[in-house]
Design a binder for this molecule. Structure first.
Ligand SMILES: *Cc1c(COP(=O)(O)O)cnc(C)c1O
Length: 429
């Protein structure tokens, strides 16, 4: 039970606690939360908010799903954690088997880790260690596209958008990779070969030094909330094959149904050589991520000079997180998500449509259970964040983007309430 008043929580928070991309001199203090349930966040002062963010793509079943809670309770009674070096257990092996079954074809080997950024670090290391094992010592670069986002650690930051990311500030410490133009052919548009000309030209020039192409399939998330053509992704796969370069698909945001397919790669009918998953893996209960690779990549790494893959987090394969992930995937496999996501897509299209008429709005776009209002100007967070809370919703814009990714279980009325609040707040900006 809570021991502190909302004011005491806020005071302590402002004295000692960093938040994501936060400042200790900012006028915008975080809102203390008391509890979460279903699609609702209850603030410590008693106000209830309808959640549009699913805690950053993760709480797909809503908060406190009974099957996930039960899995956590059961597992904690048996074994919360044990080291994964030299030991194994049922929660981890069943999770890996499920991931292999659900993932695009050929991704047979699974490396479990603690967070999305680490899963991408692992993917990058796999690509480089594979290249080294093949005797390709000169392959020390990645090719990626602008507007991407792959995490906040140093290897991943070096693949994020060079303008929206932190390249300028960390210029002297980041690895230098090769950036092609962001995919210009948007989702639903007719793909033409010139849309991929920049990637082709960069591959032609630099292929000997490139170990892998890394990108987010179909939906570029935190780097701009852009949706692009599946045909573009198909051509990327073909070009990787042509130049014998690995393809890393970062599905940390898009995985587990969010775009209307289990994995966004399915829109293009392709399989990557390496796949990263995270965010919704435990249904938003706790931090867990995984990197899947093909037998070819795994064999290549293991036959190389080191003989083993050189990575091993302390909390690798945490049984508690694996048990909850198993329960979350079981709930997905009950098969309700495609209809839920389709209904959310319809509700978002209808609910956000009035924003198109507003002069401050540049674009409104929806794909699966993702709804985006792009503005002409960046929002002023200290003003906008409290406006959403006043309207009874939790929406956290960034830059020019006011977007939602609600839990799949949201009902029609709550979704309409959410989109109405978005349109209302945007109309006042
Ligand atoms: C969130 C995200 C990451 C990083 O995951 P963390 O768990 O925040 O480290 C990487 N790639 C993509 C596409 C993401 O959306």
């Amino acid at each position: 039970m809570a021991q502190l008043t909302p004011e005491q929580i806020s005071n302590l928070d402002q004295q000692h606690v960093w938040h994501p991309y936060s400042s200790f001199t900012s006028p915008l203090a975080p809102f203390p939360v008391a509890s979460t349930s279903g699609v609702r966040i209850t603030l410590a002062d008693g106000r209830e908010l309808i959640d549009g963010m699913a805690s950053w793509w993760s709480a797909v079943h809503g908060y406190g799903h009974p099957k996930l809670k039960q899995a956590a309770h059961d597992q904690i009674e048996t074994m919360s954690h044990v080291m994964f070096g030299g030991l194994t257990h049922e929660p981890a092996v069943t999770l890996c088997e499920k991931l292999v079954k659900l993932a695009p074809q050929g991704l047979n080997k699974v490396f479990i880790s603690d967070s999305g950024s680490v899963a991408v670090e692992v993917a990058i290391k796999m690509a480089f260690q594979y290249s080294l094992s093949q005797g390709n010592k000169q392959k020390n670069k990645l090719l990626t596209v602008k507007n991407g986002y792959h995490g906040d650690t140093f290897a991943t930051m070096a693949t994020c958008d060079p303008v929206n990311g932190m390249h300028h500030m960390f210029e002297n410490v980041l690895s230098k990779h090769i950036f092609a133009q962001a995919p210009q052919c948007l989702f639903g548009e007719q793909f033409e070969e010139h849309h991929i000309a920049d990637v082709k030209q960069k591959l032609e020039t630099h292929h000997a030094s490139i170990a892998a192409i890394i990108l987010e399939p179909i939906v570029q998330g935190a780097g701009g909330m852009r949706f692009y053509s599946p045909d573009y992704l198909k051509r990327i796969r073909e070009l990787c094959d042509e130049y014998k370069i690995l393809l890393i698909a970062d599905e940390i945001a898009t995985g587990f149904g969010r775009t209307g397919k289990m994995f966004a790669c399915e829109h293009a009918g392709i399989s990557p050589d390496i796949l990263c998953v995270g965010k919704a893996l435990t249904g938003g209960f706790m931090s867990l991520a995984a990197t899947l690779c093909t037998d070819k990549v795994a064999k290549g790494i293991c036959e190389g000079e080191a003989g083993v893959f050189m990575h091993g987090p302390t909390f690798m394969g945490n049984p508690l997180a694996c048990a909850v992930a198993n329960a979350s995937l079981d709930v997905l496999m009950e098969g309700h998500w495609p209809a839920q996501v389709a209904k959310i897509q319809t509700g978002l299209e209808k609910g956000l449509a009035p924003a198109r008429a507003l002069s401050q709005v540049k674009d409104v776009r929806v794909l699966g259970a993702i709804g985006v209002i792009e503005l002409h100007e960046p929002v002023h967070m200290p003003t906008v964040q409290p406006m959403f809370v006043e309207e009874g919703v939790w929406v956290r814009p960034f830059g020019k983007l006011v977007y939602v990714l609600p839990p799949f279980i949201i009902n029609e009325d709550d979704l309409a309430f959410l989109t109405n609040a978005m349109v209302k707040v945007v109309s006042k900006l």
